[in-house]
Design a protein around this ligand. Sequence first.
Ligand code: NAP
Length: 210
Amino acid sequence: MTAQKKKFGIMGGTFDPIHIGHLVIAEQVRDRFNLDKVIFIPSGNPPHKSRKKVTEARHRFQMTLLATISNPYFEVSSIEVDREGLTYTVDTIKKLKEEYNNEAEFYFITGADAILDLATWKSTDELLELCKFVAATRPGFKLSKMEKEIADLEKKYSKKIYTILVPALKVSSTDIRHRLNENKSVKYLLEEPVESYIIKNKLYNNSNKE
Ligand code: NAP
């Protein structure tokens, strides 16, 4: 009898900074798809962000470690932050497949707004063969527009794209950066150790990051 393949979630994002919304999404997707674990992968130098200011990768990686430490099903990988040059999801997933001897099934989880641009990513056809996609949305996102765009992508690539709506969580990294910049409270929007790390390292002061 062949052993059942392990199922891993791959939580890709800038995580600038990581907040409770990301954690809730990862846990909900883990539960819904019965995943063995979720691997958080803070992005390294993504092609579409090259002209935008993003916090140093080592800080985003450390904050992701701190935020996920208490969940035994969560792991963090430095696979992208360690890589030189531009980082493409297709290369990350190929490397992970090798690491797990092609014995695991991957679910790539990220924000729906990023997934709607999937057609512009590197080697989209190959990527959709390598892993399943889960698009996460939050309140405020125009669901009907997204459903249509996701349906168009599914038709174009003949692949299923899963969606997950996490209610009651309107938290975003952009909003948190603005709050920190304006000295407003971010308590309970972030895990406490992440907030302490931000204060200790004086991140997001005078930030004009979008
Ligand atoms: P991002 O700027 O981090 O986020 C885009 C949107 O999705 C934001 O609204 C963000 O909310 C939300 N989000 C981010 N990560 C999420 C997650 N794991 N679960 C739920 N929502 C999430 O995202 P990005 O930099 O565009 O890219 C997301 C992922 O796609 C990364 O892993 C990136 O490497 C990959 N990507 C690859 C290519 C390529 O291979 N060519 C191109 C584009 C993107 P917050 O702001 O609150 O985080």
